[in-house]
Write a protein that binds this ligand. Sequence first.
Ligand SMILES: [Ca+2]
Ligand SMILES: [Ca+2]
Ligand SMILES: [Ca+2]
Length: 286
Amino acid sequence: MKNLIPAVLVALAASTALADFNTGIQAGPFASNGPNGNAANGLFSFNAGHTGLFNAIRIRGNAQYNNSGTYLSELRYSILTDSGARASGQLIAGGVWSGFQTVDNSQNFTPFQLTGGNSYTIRLWESYDDGGTGVIDAYWHSLQFDFTSAVINPPACTNLGTLASANDINTFGSNFDTEIALFDSNGLLLAENDDTGGLQSQINTGGLANGTYYVAVGGYNTSFGNFWTANPGGASGNYTLTIDGSAVASSTLASGTVHWYCFTIPTPGSAMLLGMGGLVTLRRRR
Ligand SMILES: [Ca+2]
Ligand SMILES: [Ca+2]
Ligand SMILES: [Ca+2]
């Protein structure tokens, strides 16, 4: 079956556009004490500002010496992320100290995910636990964390152009066991489906807001995740992708691959305004 539309490979957006977020300043004091994961660790809790992949943290605070013999270089922190991996690190170099020490440290990581609205805990610990967990090594005051979004590029996609609507996305009529997934312009996984029409797949979106969307077509056992993650399955064959009753693409999927499509849902009324000669843009300020 031939392609029903010109296959144009484009990257519609240069990158994800999610903003960074900051935990805000928490006065404390928080203990810096115990080995990582110990009950004596100071605990800093925050809610993620939005779902995203992050790859840099800036840590700002005021450390206060407490137990004789502890080193500045022993001040550590760690974050438990969605993947279970701890982003952790050393906060400052230095030996024996006294009084207060301002800390402003930025660190880069392999991107890790946080989910918007979820609560996370940052542990404050010591690489050498002076005096044991019964004696607090140092305190933190006015502590805050800035999270920087990782730049994740969307996949190259066959652009289906502007669609009036996309309520029903399916692969009915395909000749093999398909799977499909729908992502938004930030790469967040909105929906996925394996079998609805026999072994073929269907997503009922319930209506989409204006914006750019991505559809992944894969074979059985493809696993999908946020940030346009699609680990291919092994099934292969000929498929037809249908959106709201129109066959928008037909192609052959090879085993171990995923095909990407993208389309745009326009802002309500924008087409009409353009048809009226762009009245909005013609207005002039006096
Ligand atoms: Ca110490
Ligand atoms: Ca201690
Ligand atoms: Ca299937």
